[in-house]
Design a protein around this ligand. Structure first.
Ligand SMILES: Nc1ncnc2c1ncn2[C@@H]1O[C@H](COP(=O)(O)OP(=O)(O)OP(=O)(O)O)[C@@H](O)[C@H]1O
Ligand SMILES: Cc1cn([C@H]2C[C@H](O)[C@@H](COP(=O)(O)O)O2)c(=O)[nH]c1=O
Length: 211
């Protein structure tokens, strides 16, 4: 039986997910919560290797379905090696992106189709879905400006996609929010880090007190 709590954060590139998750993970751990912080694609040695292949700026010829399969493969490995064992031990798993990113980036923005991408991801994850997903909403232009300003050297293949693509990503997330209102909660991410962090932490704590 799975005893832990599975929480994911999602949103356009540069929305501030990693920054806020780092702060919250540290605070919750200091407050005594059993936290396991991780990310996708990656989070385990094999999945991190797949990440390097997917995000390599030189891999401009990667086919969209290859990309979708690689994300799903990385997800499967990460789930089996890290997420499920952590949940079985009763931990709170805070994961930077999960299945919703594939639905939005590959299914919607790459135009493979949401149902096609869901199919391969159902195969990858079987029944493990997040208990709560926090969606960081931001205009792609602002997110990308943040990345350009602070992480210029670390722009990956997906960051370098067209503005049209990034707008589709946001549109895709907003559609998912309408489809899964009980699981996905929206936070406006175009505010100071402290404000965003406070709201995200409140959402997490309100789930934890119910469990
Ligand atoms: N609320 C904020 N206001 C201004 N700058 C921010 C804010 N949150 C994060 N940043 C800065 O923006 C940059 C991108 O943030 P971060 O890496 O946390 O975003 P992300 O959502 O994880 O992006 P990606 O999905 O592309 O990895 C970082 O340099 C960070 O310091
Ligand atoms: C899990 C997942 C991610 N992506 C995209 C989203 C980002 O552009 C990159 C990951 O980079 P980050 O700095 O770690 O956010 O990959 C995707 O397209 N599909 C997915 O399933």
């Amino acid at each position: 039986m799975v005893k832990g709590t599975f929480i994911t954060v999602e949103g356009p590139d540069g929305a501030g997910k990693t920054t806020v998750l780092n702060i919250i993970a540290e605070e919750l751990a200091a407050e005594g919560y059993p936290i396991v912080q991780t990310r996708e694609p990656g989070g385990s040695p094999i999945a991190e290797k797949i990440r390097q292949i997917i995000l390599d700026k030189k891999h401009t010829e990667m086919d969209p379905r290859t990309e979708a399969l690689l994300y799903a493969a990385a997800r499967r490995q990460h789930l089996i090696e890290k997420i499920i064992p952590a949940l079985e031990k009763g931990n709170i798993v805070l994961c930077d992106r999960f299945i919703d990113a594939s639905i939005v980036y590959q299914g919607f923005a790459r135009k493979i189709g949401i149902d096609e991408v869901l199919k391969i991801n159902r195969f990858a994850i079987e029944n493990t879905m997040p208990d709560l997903t926090i969606y960081f909403d931001i205009e792609p232009k602002i997110g990308l400006e943040r990345i350009q300003k602070h992480r210029q050297g670390e722009m990956n293949r997906l960051d370098l996609e067209t503005m049209e693509f990034h707008k589709m990503v946001r549109e895709g997330y907003l559609q998912l929010l309408d489809r899964f209102p009980d699981r996905i909660k929206k936070v406006m991410a175009d505010r100071p880090i402290e404000e965003v962090k406070t709201e995200v932490k409140k959402l997490i704590l309100s789930l934890l007190v119910k469990r």
